[in-house]
Design a protein around this ligand. Structure first.
Ligand SMILES: *Cc1c(COP(=O)(O)O)cnc(C)c1O
Length: 388
């Protein structure tokens, strides 16, 4: 595997010295995580969920890296994402989770994509299109076993075996989705497995798929034929009550643009929401909420308070945020770092091995998924392990 780095993003190449933040994306770790999940999948085929620009890391980078590791099935949310995935993988199976939008069947056929059908209307539209084309095109059928969001209801699912339209296309996959598989003791997991099992056994020759990342680690291992991990591929912990078995994929470094001493009784940032009780040294970082770093990580209180708020690592020292996160800037309290070890132009870690996406999400009052999928377009992106 070639070992070189490059900086690209949707707006072209941003050189690191011109960017406020540098996103490090480790495609070798991504591939390694896929293999780890495959080894836990109990013999089921292992797909990859690459919706939302592969959880922020870049669909055009993630799909070839996963393909090289052996992944042959991808899931996205939108047709537009599926077309991007198809452009970099001419023959993988690509499923579109968010259902069949009216009038889009020809686009699916053109790019050899598979809709995930979640209602009888969608099934009828796909079946009608296939009849008109005299082609049994592939699709998945989604049964909702508890989310109450997307898919046929369980009673509808049990009638599937009697529907004539199922003869008009190829049901390549029957799937459902867990509500809270990351809570391994949640009784809903077993209820969903049971409901899915009833439908699956009425359609015995159709490959079945249930687990997301956390579902792969449930004790019951309801692997069926295909598992659909997303978050864990990108380094998120699928087992929040245990150590993370995954390797980190994403790192974020931000540049210090200024350092200053703030006198006692002065505030920092918009609306003066953080008060220095004594003289504090403040570093200003060139990353903000317009880069997708959540404003809910703002630190509102006083110096020395233990706040549930953002954190940066400066020369290995944890440094708490100070004040509101601005659009393009974050202020942090670096008083406890030896003065000579922090200077203008240094980079600090906002996401890293010691500051995981799960932790960053927690400190922002959200989940790591949201941190990943908001990773901004203004960062320089440095990919490691890119395919040559
Ligand atoms: C997003 C998604 C997944 C992946 O879930 P993770 O928790 O990220 O592993 C799997 N299946 C469906 C239907 C999804 O929407």
């Amino acid at each position: 595997m070639t070992e070189h780095t490059s900086q690209t993003n949707s707006t072209g190449r941003i050189p690191e010295q011109a960017a406020g933040g540098v996103l490090h994306i480790d495609l070798d770790a991504l591939a390694s995580n896929w293999r780890t999940l495959r080894d836990h999948a109990g013999g089921a085929a292992t797909a990859a969920v690459v919706k939302a620009n592969a959880y922020g890391i870049g669909i055009e980078k993630a799909v070839p890296a996963l393909g090289k590791a052996g992944c042959r099935t991808f899931f996205v949310a939108y047709l537009s994402e599926a077309i991007r995935a198809r452009a970099v993988d001419p023959d993988a199976a690509i499923y579109v989770l968010n259902g069949l939008f009216t009038g889009t069947c020809p686009t699916y056929a053109q790019f050899d994509l598979r809709p995930v059908l979640g209602s009888f209307q969608e099934i009828e539209e796909w079946a009608g299109f296939c009849r008109a084309q005299s082609q049994k095109l592939k699709a998945a059928i989604h049964v909702d076993t508890g989310m109450n969001r997307l898919g046929l209801t369980v009673p509808q699912g049990t009638t599937l075996k009697d529907r004539a339209e199922l003869n008009d296309f190829e049901t390549a996959l029957l799937m459902s989705h867990f509500v809270s598989a990351e809570e391994s003791d949640n009784p809903l997991n077993a209820q969903q497995i049971e409901a899915f099992e009833a439908i699956r056994s009425s359609l015995p020759n159709i490959p079945a798929s249930l687990p997301n990342s956390s579902g792969i680690f449930l004790r019951d291992k309801p692997g069926y034929d295909l598992v659909r991990p997303g978050y864990a591929l990108y380094g998120g912990n699928p087992t929040p009550d245990r150590d993370n078995p995954m390797r980190p994929v994403v790192g974020l470094e931000a540049r210090i643009v200024q350092l200053r001493w703030v006198e006692a009784d002065h505030t920092v940032g918009y609306n003066g929401r953080w008060l220095a009780l004594d003289k504090r040294r403040i570093a200003t970082l060139s990353v903000g909420y317009a880069d997708g770093y959540p404003r809910s990580s703002s630190a509102r209180g006083k110096s020395g308070d233990e706040l549930l708020a953002g954190m940066a690592l400066v020369a290995g020292h944890p440094c708490p945020f100070a004040g509101n996160v601005s659009m393009d800037l974050i202020t942090i309290d670096v008083t406890d770092v030896p003065e000579a070890r922090v200077k203008r132009g240094d980079t600090v870690t906002l996401i890293g091995d010691q500051l995981t996406i799960d932790e960053v999400g927690h400190r922002a009052g959200t989940i790591g998924y949201e941190i990943l999928t908001n990773l901004g377009a203004r960062y320089a992106r440095a990919y490691r392990g890119e395919q040559g």
